[in-house]
Design a protein around this ligand. Structure first.
Ligand SMILES: Cc1cc2nc3c(=O)[nH]c(=O)nc-3n(C[C@H](O)[C@H](O)[C@H](O)COP(=O)(O)OP(=O)(O)OC[C@H]3O[C@@H](n4cnc5c(N)ncnc54)[C@H](O)[C@@H]3O)c2cc1C
Length: 581
């Protein structure tokens, strides 16, 4: 019987016209399903193409040196003959059907790899893609494994970028609203949620497509699937086409984090959202409860408030954004207290029950009424690292009880050739921390002498107004008994702040009492997130109050406010009267 079928190159990702470097079978050979037929090699990766069926090789259609892409004909395979050859001897003289061929034995745990990487990066968030690109730029052959269809991780897909796109929309709405005080009225905005959502998706799409193109240009091989360690030098990736094993010389774990949940809440109810659900903008709820008065909760509260929801925020601690100094939070709290329906501090949601008309929250705290109905509830109570979900134990990589992978200053785990970066290796869970750690890991692997020794990782809440801080906080300084002085410049004395109708801001510098060297800074006000960068640089450069106060800042800008604060520290400010000490 002659059942010759054409065996073609399957989907091999973005590779095109790549070289055949080995032909592993010859006419007449019997092959099993999954037997490797040829080896192909691109600039950065080699891979073996397995047979999709058992059979006997009838005719080879290519040779070493040929170039192949998806769909190129490899051979004619006589599957009828193969099945007969591969099957156990039939009881009767009836050729065994192909399906009767023995199933391939499960691959051994550390079976032969389908791919080899000099550097394997697990997870393509801001940490992972930065590490992969940097390693490739330094001449390494890199495989980047990501379970989702797009690169960019939480940050690009469901974090920093979509939230900032929606916060921009929110700011336009509230600015337009507030211009009424200055004599310009626009009327109530007409919100087309589908269009707004599509615009947000478009922003993400431009960035993630850009990343895919950058990966290609750098010849970083991307492999889509869930990766788990099988050994200290191999990872198994569950792809749509089956398990692919990738061996590696070095590995960078950049598996990120996931949303934390409060046990016992009705998560199968779509009205209960996490940050990803909230960014989807299914509708604008009449009443929204935000559980968690941290950065993510308050950013989403800001979006939904601007779009017209009545927002209630509930926070377990005695203040919003617990990590920041209280004087920086005050102007934000004052503004949102006026805009939102309620802000409950020192309060817990003890119970959340689904009802036909909404989600019924029972508060544990001094809240009246103690039970309230909301159309939607957002849980924003933090994130958990993914360290415990990647089979780290098979590689001998230590993971702590919370799921973090402890690392040294080179981002090295307890296994010397395995590194960890970003959310999975510790707080603060911020994209700019991940990208800097990524470069340290990639450069260490490439033999550079580097370490993660940033003096500060700035924090920003992109609320309205924004709150940003870096270096030493006043709360910490007091706790540690550090001899500091401070200069707090009120934006009510900034011409630019007045001109944009937002004079509630404050720019605060903390400096060493003896040397006047900058120790830390905090800003609350419009664009605080942009303004803090100058002070990060000042801290890294060891600047003192004179360096900042004598640097000419353009007028009139909000960027003058750190300069004004430095003038206050020096006792030479023009735009405020300070009584002589
Ligand atoms: C709503 C929201 C807003 C935010 N806003 C900001 C902001 O404004 N600024 C800021 O600095 N930070 C912000 N963050 C935090 C920021 O998104 C994270 O700190 C950052 O994404 C961490 O980067 P990472 O590379 O460590 O991990 P991630 O971005 O989490 O990426 C990890 C990747 O690994 C993949 N992965 C995990 N396990 C596997 C596996 N086994 N196999 C294959 N792939 C795997 C995941 O699919 C993911 O793509 C925000 C977060 C949220 C949720």
């Amino acid at each position: 019987m002659n059942d010759a079928v054409e065996i073609k190159v399957p989907d091999i990702g973005d590779f095109k016209d790549i070289d055949v470097i080995e032909v592993l079978v010859k006419p007449g050979d019997t092959v099993q399903k999954e037997t490797s037929l040829i080896t192909v090699e691109s600039d950065k990766a080699t891979m073996e193409i397995p047979s999709p069926a058992a059979g006997v090789v009838k005719e080879l259609k290519l040779k070493v040196g040929d170039k192949v892409s998806e769909g190129t004909l490899i051979m004619l395979l006589d599957v009828g003959a193969g099945a007969a050859a591969a099957a156990p001897p039939p009881a009767a003289a009836i050729p065994a059907p192909a399906a009767a061929a023995p199933a391939p034995a499960p691959a051994p745990v550390s079976g032969k790899a389908d791919l080899h990487a000099e550097v394997l990066v697990l997870g393509a968030g801001p940490g992972g893609y930065t590490a992969a690109f940097r390693a490739a730029d330094l001449g390494k052959q890199v495989v980047l494994v990501e379970r989702h269809g797009t690169l960019g991780g939480v940050c690009l897909n469901v974090g920093c970028i979509p939230s900032k796109a929606l916060l921009h929309a929110a700011r336009v709405v509230t600015e337009a609203e507030e211009m009424a005080h200055s004599g310009i009225e626009f009327g109530k905005p007409k919100i087309d949620l589908d269009k707004l959502r599509n615009w947000k998706v478009g922003v993400i799409g431009r960035l993630t497509k850009g990343l895919a193109a950058l990966a290609k240009q750098r010849k970083v091989s991307t492999l889509r699937g869930v990766g788990k360690f099988e050994s200290p030098n191999q990872i198994a990736v569950e792809t749509a086409e089956g398990v692919k094993r990738v061996s590696f010389d070095s590995c960078i774990i950049a598996a990120g984090s996931r949303v934390a949940r409060i046990p016992g809440f009705p998560y199968d109810d779509a009205r209960l959202m996490d940050s990803t659900g909230a960014l989807d903008l299914a509708d604008i709820p009449r009443r929204l409860l935000v559980i968690g008065g941290g950065i993510i909760g308050l950013e989403m509260a800001c979006v939904y408030d601007a779009l017209g929801a009545k927002v209630t925020v509930v926070e377990l601690a005695d203040g919003l954004i617990p990590g920041a100094d209280r004087d920086l939070i005050r102007p934000l709290a004052k503004r949102i207290e006026k805009r939102y329906e309620a802000i409950y501090l020192n309060t817990k949601v003890a119970k959340l029950e689904p009802k036909p008309e909404g989600l019924l929250a029972t508060f544990d705290g001094e809240v009246k009424p103690q039970q309230q109905m909301f159309n939607r509830v957002l849980v924003a109570v933090g994130r958990r690292p993914n360290g415990a979900d990647i089979g780290a134990e098979h590689a001998g990589v230590a993971v702590d009880a919370r799921g973090y992978i402890p690392v040294d200053k080179q981002q090295r785990s307890n296994v010397p050739h395995i590194f960890a970066i970003g959310d999975v290796c510790g707080e603060p869970m911020l994209a700019h921390k991940a990208t800097h750690e990524a470069k340290v890991a990639a450069e260490t692997i490439a033999g550079h002498k580097v370490a993660f020794d940033a003096m500060t990782i700035p924090s920003v809440a992109y609320t309205d107004p924004e709150v940003a801080w870096m270096g030493l906080t006043e709360t910490e300084a007091k706790k540690q008994g550090i001899a500091y002085d401070k200069a707090s410049f009120p934006w009510a004395a900034s011409g630019r702040a007045l001109a944009i109708g937002r004079d509630e801001g404050v720019t605060k510098l903390l400096y060493d009492k003896a040397t006047r060297r900058l120790l830390g800074a905090g800003i609350v006000g419009v664009n605080a997130g942009e303004l803090i960068a100058e002070l990060v640089l000042a801290l890294e450069m060891g600047a003192d109050m004179e360096d900042i106060g004598l640097s000419i800042h353009p007028h009139p800008t909000l960027s003058e406010t750190p300069y004004f604060a430095a003038e206050m520290a020096l006792g030479s400010i023009t735009d405020l009267y300070l009584p002589k000490k």
